[in-house]
Design a protein around this ligand. Structure first.
Ligand code: ZN
Ligand code: ZN
Length: 82
């Protein structure tokens, strides 16, 4: 991992620790991770994704559109896929 990459990862984690994880999640091989810091939030989509106020990256349903529209600037900062 390069220096810049390590710094970026640190910065993302700090943002999540300070401002909480954004309501943006990624699903990868059954694991649910924060779209910003990559922390694993759960291992079951139905357990963490309630379809209200949360946006699933790459998912284009009405709920995700709504969630995307209501993201705060801080939620979008360094978050992938928003
Ligand atoms: Zn996070
Ligand atoms: Zn959706």
């Amino acid at each position: 991992m390069g220096r810049l990459e390590a710094f970026g990862k640190w910065l993302r984690s700090m943002l999540c620790i300070t401002f909480d994880h954004p309501p943006v999640i990624q699903a990868c091989f059954g694991y649910i991770t924060c779209a910003r810091c990559g922390e694993q939030l759960g291992d079951n989509l139905t357990g963490i994704y309630n379809g209200s106020g949360q946006m699933l990256v790459g998912h284009d349903c009405d709920e995700c559109d709504k969630a995307r529209a209501s993201l705060r600037p801080i939620d979008r900062l360094l978050t992938e896929g928003v």
